[in-house]
Design a protein around this ligand. Structure first.
Ligand SMILES: Nc1ncnc2c1ncn2[C@@H]1O[C@H](COP(=O)(O)OP(=O)(O)OP(=O)(O)O)[C@@H](O)[C@H]1O
Ligand SMILES: [Mg+2]
Length: 248
């Protein structure tokens, strides 16, 4: 490989790598955005699962929303057994969901304007597993803790920079509110990320919806500028690179 070729990380999503020159640029921060139920968590979990099973890249999945037992239950529907990977120390599922009650460190203990506690936990897991992939699902949930957008931006930047400094490729998920306009948290996250992928589940008739995926930006990459069909199958998320979404 010549020096100017960017090292690519396989996404583990069939069809997606073909839209982005072979994968995410290694060590970058990628934002997976979309409205509720568009498949952000499934895509992010599949990235961690396939990384560990197919590409020999251990991963750390930090959940700030759904409790791990539900993530495991949902993913086993796609034949992805997270429990076994946790046992084999190929992945870590870090539970920072609000439902967690008995825990040595809860989110509530983090000072409002400082994410260094969260950073320390994540870096510790990365080191233990020699992880190459990290997911934060979802950072946006912490935004309400910050009184100032400047501090929020600063803290998110410090956190994402310290994770990618380890060489890990970082996926963030972000929910785009149903009536998104103007500057929300999404804009800060999109600003911090070198790539933004948007998932859709749009109504295409009175009686049906259609899932699709768009690479909104990906620095350093000649990516597709079309909106492609995507489906949640029995094996997880799959993209059809040659198929343009019927809604577009
Ligand atoms: N086994 C399955 N087969 C097909 N589709 C499924 C399956 N399991 C879940 N889904 C679809 O995936 C959706 C959930 O995906 P996911 O949790 O990744 O969404 P999300 O974008 O993370 O949503 P949120 O913003 O609420 O966190 C469900 O609403 C459902 O439509
Ligand atoms: Mg989710």
């Amino acid at each position: 490989m010549s020096d100017h070729v960017i090292d690519r990380v396989k996404t583990g999503i069939p069809g997606l790598d073909e839209l982005i020159e072979g994968g995410f640029p290694r060590g970058d921060t990628i934002l997976i955005a979309g409205k509720a139920g568009t498949g952000k968590s499934i895509l992010a979990t599949q990235f961690i699962y396939k990384g560990a099973t197919d590409y020999n890249e251990p991963g750390v999945f930090v959940t700030l929303e759904e409790p791990p037992h539900l993530i495991k239950r949902n993913m086993i529907q796609f034949g992805m057994d997270l429990e076994n990977l946790v046992k084999d120390k190929k992945i870590a599922l870090v539970d920072l969901s609000p439902s967690k009650t008995v825990t040595p460190v809860t989110i509530g203990e983090y000072p409002s304007f400082d994410l260094s506690g969260l950073e320390a936990i994540i870096l510790n897991h990365v080191k233990k597993l020699n992880a190459k992939r990290v997911v934060l699902d979802t950072l946006s949930i912490m935004a309400y803790r910050f009184k100032s957008r400047d501090i929020l931006r600063e803290e998110f930047f410090k956190l994402t920079a310290s994770i990618t400094r380890t060489g890990c490729t970082l996926l963030l998920t972000s929910e785009i509110p149903a009536h998104h306009q103007g500057l929300g948290v999404f804009d800060i996250e999109a600003f911090l990320a070198s790539g933004v992928i948007v998932l859709y589940n749009e109504k295409i008739s009175d009686t049906s919806r259609s899932r699709s995926i768009e690479v909104l930006k990906l620095r350093g990459s000649k990516h597709s500028s079309r909106i492609h069909s995507m489906r949640i199958t029995d094996e997880g998320i799959r993209v059809w690179p040659g198929e343009i979404s019927p809604g577009y």
